[in-house]
Design a protein around this ligand. Sequence first.
Ligand code: CU
Length: 223
Amino acid sequence: MNSLFSRLISVGVICATFATAAFSQTVQVTLTDGEGQPLENAVIELLLPDSQKSQYQQATNSLIDQRNKEFVPTVTTVTVGSQVNFPNSDDILHHVYSFSPAKTFNIPLYGQGENDDYFETFTEPGIVEIGCNIHDWMLAYLYVAETSLVSLSDSNGVASIANAPSGEYSLRIWHPRAAANIEELTQSVVLSSGAVTELSMSLELRRDRRVRRAPGSDGRRYR
Ligand SMILES: [Cu+2]
């Protein structure tokens, strides 16, 4: 028994060593808009087959604040199963909701500090549009990814995913104003062992469809 047990242990150690070596790939995408300017707040997600997903599904709590009658940040990515809270940092009331199929929720009128410990849980992958029932221009997007292999582009338009497995996968790209749909923006990438795979993408954008915030107006809507 002892020798069988020790053989099982050594097999386990060998597997772990391989696994560590296989997890060192990075994919980095530089995104620009139709005018060649860096595109911030674009999401990239590496799509894995079902058999590989579970090892990348560590949920992380996130926070979307409300400050000066805006959501901050406007685009957030989380892994499926994560929780997000929506504190109100303003000295007025907000009423946060989503009608998106990936997650419908409603947090009725609340003031500063009232819901600091309240979380919504996001169990379905997809894009959740979050609004405020009082201030029509307030809009945030929560991208609920299938795994943690997801990233948001920074002010230089750069998004990168580290610790990805090697192999051929689909890479999904999304932006709130992308003219092309999410299927059109999905492409195949090959991640070679230990390598950084660099891609460049240019996205045509639609007009900003957010409700314009009138100066001095509360934008109050009664129901
Ligand atoms: Cu509001």
